[in-house]
Design a protein around this ligand. Structure first.
Ligand SMILES: [Mg+2]
Length: 118
């Protein structure tokens, strides 16, 4: 997989973990954002092939970011990153156009499986 990825998560720890998984899958992390506003801005600047998007963030949530980005680029490939307890939000994200989701805490094997599909 040779893919330019933007990672959006307010947790620095999660960004590091996601970067490790992406890079070990052969993807290139072209940018990171620690909040939703920055995530939207960086998506527009960098036009990545894929965005990994956290749901719970301090400014605007991932669901709102998802919808904004899809309005900007209806073909955007976005994978939600979320705790399992947010199942209803995950479902709403998938209905809104997210391609897939990765559950926290991260399972390396499952995360790689999702990435290779998208
Ligand atoms: Mg978060």
């Amino acid at each position: 997989m040779s893919c330019r990825v933007l990672v959006v998560d307010d947790s620095a720890f999660m960004r590091v973990r996601l970067r490790e998984i992406l890079e070990s899958s052969g993807a290139t992390v072209v940018g990171e954002a620690a909040n939703g506003i920055e995530g939207i801005k960086k998506f527009q600047e960098l036009k990545p092939d894929l965005m990994l998007l956290d749901i719970t963030m301090p400014d605007i949530d991932g669901l709102t970011v998802l919808k904004e980005v899809l309005q900007f680029d209806s073909q955007a490939k976005i994978i939600m990153v979320s705790a399992l307890s947010q199942k209803s939000i995950i479902m709403e994200a998938l209905q809104s156009g997210a391609r897939d989701y990765i559950i926290k805490p991260l399972d390396l094997h499952k995360a790689k499986e999702v990435l290779s599909k998208v």
